[in-house]
Each structure stands twice: as structure tokens, then as C-alpha cells.
Design a protein around this ligand. Structure first.
Ligand SMILES: Cc1cc2nc3c(=O)[nH]c(=O)nc-3n(C[C@H](O)[C@H](O)[C@H](O)COP(=O)(O)O)c2cc1C
Length: 327
């Protein structure tokens, strides 16, 4: 049996996407995921400049001849990065698949579509999904509350979001957030998704991430994440450690907190250093409730192969649930 969905027809891959991940979506991961038959995605803003992204794209090509995508995340910041520069660099390097995420993606989506690209837009509400649909994206990625990174401000879990997606959306969508094994993938296919997007499950597979952090992800449970930036209306699900708990306690102080009050604690470079040092308490790093489901550190090839095989078994096994009534 081979899994065929609108996503596999569009991408020529198995119905699994590795979502963009700051500091984690590097050439070695994107290439390994694509080589394994799923869609690997490079994270543009992990590279310090559009030229560095060009070099990362070339490096990924040296590692795989299979297609891969580039994620561009639009951040709520006063000094935005050179999104247009990153987008042009990726197009000029021949990338044809993009994952967009974040605030006001309309112009970026239109630009990619004008260049004949495939766009997967990731969002956390049906309202935003419908708006991206109008901008002409090819696939929506519906990110439920379980996810690592930004779950939005409405706290709706994947089950309900996907059921709403089935009711409301006209174009294909993939499910994102909390999916780490074949049961999750089979479940979201049953809910009408044409594939699954995974973030955190890829976080334990990539080379620049220190072995201590990978082990920490395996040891941790679904309770080991916490939301920061709730009071700043930019909620992020991150690993529960000393730094993230300090951020939460600053946010809870009477009168609340401004970004300035936590800036040093939440510095992206500090989070990156923690990955490199192998110190899970060093800084802030995104983490998902799916840590509860993750029990090992396989290769990408083994993980994708295992999920594919087991999804087929689970879907096949479901036919036993249907018992024909005697006439
Ligand atoms: C370490 C890490 C960094 C992430 N960084 C980004 C990012 O820069 N841009 C983005 O769109 N999503 C980012 N995400 C979210 C993932 O792409 C994906 O939507 C999410 O992880 C799905 O939920 P899951 O982790 O439960 O699989 C990140 C996730 C992780 C685990």
C-alpha cells in the first residue's frame, strides 16, 4: 500500500513535512528529511543574511537531489529582517516550495505565487487560514495548540481545529502540532488532512543539536513545556526550564512586563548557544507537547519509514472496526 493524498501528488513525497525551525532547520536536517522521502524545509532566518541562505541552499543541494523547501517566518518585530532579500535569494537559487508563517503574509505569498512556486502557509486559526486561501496558497498547515513555537492566542486544540478546517476550507490542508508517530498521522488523515507537519520530532534528529538536548527531549514528557509571552500576546511554547520559568514569573509580576524586561533572557542567540553547549537550562528553546510521545533518536530514514509502514497498518486495521450488520 502507498499513501496517496493531494499533498503527495503535489510534492511527489510521502505525506510528511518537516516544518521550519529556528536554529534547527539547517541543511543537514532538510536534506536528511527529503532524502527519507518527506519534505525537508530550511529555515531562512536561521541564516544571518540572504547570501548565507544562498550558501545553505547550495549546501542542501550537495546533500540531496530531492526537492526541499524554505520557511520564511514573518515576526512581530519593529526592525524586520530583509524578508524580500531572503525570498529573492531562495527563488534565484531555484527553490520552488515555500512554507510561510507569521504576521501579514499576503505580499510574500503573492510574490511566491507570481514566481510559480508552491506555497504552504502555516497558521493557528481558521480565520487566518481562509485569508491565506484567498491569497492563493496551495496548501494550509493548521497548527494546533499542542505545537512547539507559536500556537497563537486562541488555545484551540488540533482535534477541533482540524474538524473546523474540514468544514470550512476549500483547499488541501496538513495538520501540525503534537504529531510524532504513526497514530498521530493516521488520526489527522482521518480528520481530513492530506498530511502531517512535524516540528519537534525533527529537533532530536539534527547534527548541530547537542546529544544532551536530544536525550532531554526523549526523557521529557508532555507536561515539560511552558508558554512564555502570553501577556505580550505573542505566545510561544518552549521547554520548561529555569530561564523560561523566570520569564513567566516576570510576566506575572503586578503591572506585567514589557519585552525589554525579558529581552536578555529570551535572546535567540542564547537559545542557540544552549543547543550547542548541550545545556537544556542555558536559554529558551521551542518544545512541543509531542515530547511525551517521543521515546528514541532514530535516523530520519528510519523515522519516516516507520511512520509510513505503521500508518498503513493502522489504516488497514481500522477496517476491523466496521462490522457488517446481519440482514
Ligand atoms: C525548535 C523549533 C523551532 C521552531 N521555529 C519555527 C520557525 O522559525 N518558524 C516557524 O514557522 N515555525 C517554527 N517552529 C514550529 C514548527 O515548524 C511546527 O509548526 C511545530 O513544531 C509543529 O508542532 P510539533 O512541534 O508539535 O510537531 C519551530 C518548532 C521547533 C520545535
Amino acid at each position: 500500500m502507498v499513501l496517496v493524498t493531494p499533498l503527495t501528488k503535489l510534492l511527489g513525497s510521502v505525506p510528511l513535512v518537516q516544518g521550519g525551525m529556528q536554529w534547527v532547520g539547517v541543511p543537514s536536517l532538510a536534506a536528511a528529511v527529503s532524502e527519507a522521502g518527506a519534505l525537508g524545509i530550511l529555515t531562512a532566518l536561521t541564516q544571518p543574511s540572504p547570501d548565507a541562505l544562498r550558501e545553505a541552499i547550495r549546501e542542501t543541494r550537495r546533500l540531496t537531489s530531492k526537492p526541499f523547501g524554505v520557511n520564511i517566518t514573518l515576526l512581530p518585530t519593529i526592525n524586520p529582517p530583509d524578508y524580500e532579500g531572503y525570498a529573492r535569494a531562495a527563488i534565484e537559487e531555484g527553490v520552488r516550495i515555500f512554507e510561510t508563517a507569521g504576521n501579514a503574509p499576503g505580499a510574500l505569498i503573492k510574490f511566491f505565487k507570481s514566481q510559480g512556486c508552491i506555497v504552504i502557509h502555516k497558521c493557528t486559526t481558521i480565520r487566518h487560514a481562509k485569508s491565506a486561501e484567498k491569497h492563493g496558497v496551495d496548501v494550509l498547515s493548521i497548527d494546533g495548540f499542542e505545537c512547539a513555537g507559536h500556537p497563537g492566542e486562541e488555545d484551540v486544540g488540533g482535534l477541533v481545529l482540524l474538524a473546523r478546517a474540514a468544514q470550512e476550507l476549500k483547499i488541501p490542508y496538513i495538520a501540525s502540532g503534537g504529531i510524532a508517530d504513526a497514530r498521530g498521522v493516521a488520526g489527522v488523515l482521518a480528520l481530513g488532512a492530506c498530511g502531517a507537519n512535524m516540528g519537534a520530532p525533527g529537533q532530536r534528529l539534527v547534527h548541530p543539536i547537542h546529544q544532551n538536548i536530544k536525550n532531554k527531549i526523549v526523557e521529557s514528557k508532555e507536561q515539560d513545556t511552558v508558554h512564555i509571552f502570553r501577556t505580550l500576546h505573542n505566545t510561544a511554547r518552549v521547554f520548561k526550564n529555569k530561564v523560561s520559568m523566570e520569564v513567566v514569573s516576570i510576566e506575572r509580576k503586578p503591572g506585567g512586563a514589557k519585552f525589554e524586561d525579558v529581552r536578555e533572557l529570551v535572546s535567540g542567540l542564547r537559545g542557540k548557544k544552549g543547543y550547542e553547549l548541550g545545556d537544556p537550562d542555558y536559554g529558551i528553546w521551542s518544545a512541543s507537547q509531542s515530547m511525551g510521545v517521543i521515546n528514541d533518536i532514530p535516523t530520519c530514514q528510519d523515522l519516516v519509514g516507520r511512520i509510513e509502514r505503521e500508518v498503513e497498518d493502522i489504516i488497514g486495521g481500522l477496517s476491523k472496526v466496521v462490522v457488517k450488520a446481519k440482514l
